[in-house]
Design a binder for this molecule. Structure first.
Ligand SMILES: [Zn+2]
Length: 90
């Protein structure tokens, strides 16, 4: 991991409070990811930042309306068919 400001080497500074992310349900079970993330400090500039976990922000460019529509399609048809549809701009 490198400093996002200038690319310097970092070390583990501390950890965040417990954070929770809501995930799509797994079958009928509510699914949440809960953890404390490390915060790093840059050895060169002293910048402190939170590590970005791989599950955070993977689809931030989709609106909630689009996600709801995509889930509706995938509930009603095979995913391969839903993926071939030409959709209007959201
Ligand atoms: Zn830095």
């Amino acid at each position: 991991m490198r400093c996002p400001e200038e690319g310097g080497l970092v070390f583990c500074y501390d950890h965040t409070e417990v954070l929770t992310w809501r995930h799509l349900n797994v079958f009928q079970h509510r699914c949440e990811i809960t953890c404390r993330l490390p915060r790093c400090k840059c050895r060169q500039c002293g910048h402190i930042f939170r590590v970005r976990p791989p599950w955070e922000g993977l689809s931030t460019h989709f609106t909630k309306e689009f996600e709801a529509f995509a889930l509706l399609l995938m509930r009603e048809m095979p995913m391969s068919t839903a993926g071939k549809l030409r959709l209007p701009q959201f």
